[in-house]
Design a protein. Structure first.
Length: 300
């Protein structure tokens, strides 16, 4: 064995992800940070008295466990398709750095543990919402991805529930305020994930996922969904003020942010170019925290 081979071997070993990195990849920690953040927003908007904050730690930990469990179970189901896509083929399951049984046990343990924690330490309604989110994401959305281009719209439902869980953790009931938070997250997800689907259209096609941009050759249907949802988002984002959740000072920045976001959506829908899809994706990850931050700042 030559010294060059040894050096290359050492480099390969050094660059191999650690067990911790594989675990973080399995639970999609960066993506699930959004889940926890939006749960905090819903919780904060619902708080009425100081004692409400006592339920926040259990709410966040239980929600984080459920989100992590859903991610692990999703990767167990999609491991063979993930191996076909350049952006996911290096995940721990396709690369066999983790056994399926390990990932499955981890996913089920965190999912059931999260729901149990919410049921015992928060309230039954929040636990029920968590269980519904898990089921709809793992057992409905994930299997539908290779079957129908409506999978994104269906997947946006469990993706919009975390702020509702934050609300119910405090109030113990649903209401128009909770459904408004759900609608905002739902409508935001459509242009956000359509932008991703345009960017990785070839990857999804290679894996057999029927994302709308894959089956919509002209991207005309994709563009309509992007524009309609971003326009509806401008309107829905104003509702918190009319429900007494925020002061009147919230409306102007909410509308301006929505119009700015919609301008990127219109550009992407008009051209269908990957460069414009990337701009829309970046705009989406800037828009949401700004909108939610303005909402929290103007809370009544």
């Amino acid at each position: 064995m030559t010294s060059t081979t040894v050096q290359l071997g050492e480099k390969a070993i050094a660059s191999r992800p650690s067990a911790l990195a594989d675990f973080l990849e399995l639970i999609k920690v960066r993506m699930n940070l959004l889940v926890v953040t939006t749960t905090v927003v819903g919780f904060y908007m619902a708080v009425r008295q100081h004692t409400d904050w006592m339920r926040l730690p259990a709410t966040l930990i239980g929600t984080a466990f459920c989100a992590a469990g859903a991610s692990a179970l999703n990767q167990c189901i999609e491991r063979r398709r993930d191996a076909l896509m350049p952006r996911t083929r290096n995940r721990p399951l396709p690369m066999r750095r983790l056994r399926v049984a390990e990932a499955l046990g981890c996913g089920l343990g965190m999912a059931f543990g999260g729901v149990a924690m919410l049921a015992i330490l928060v309230n039954p309604l929040t636990a029920l919402l968590a269980a519904f989110t898990l089921f709809s994401y793992v057992a409905v959305y994930t299997p539908l991805k290779p079957l129908t281009p409506w999978n994104t719209m269906i997947g946006a439902i469990p993706g919009a529930i975390p702020p509702v869980m934050g609300w119910t953790a405090v109030r113990g009931s649903l209401g128009p305020e909770a459904f408004t938070l759900l609608a905002i997250l739902f409508l935001w997800q459509v242009p956000h994930f359509m932008a991703i689907a345009i960017l990785y259209k070839q990857d999804y096609a290679a894996a057999g996922f029927k994302m709308l941009p894959v089956v919509d050759g002209s991207l005309s249907r994709t563009g309509r969904q992007i524009i309609l949802c971003s326009a509806a988002l401008v309107i829905v984002s104003m509702i918190p003020t009319f429900l007494g959740m925020t002061s009147i000072g919230y409306i102007t920045p909410a509308v301006l942010l929505g119009l700015a976001f919609m301008s990127f959506a219109i550009e992407c829908a008009s051209t269908g170019l990957r460069t414009d899809a990337r701009k829309l994706f970046i705009a989406s990850i800037v828009y949401l925290p700004l909108l939610l931050g303005v909402m929290m700042f103007n809370r009544i």
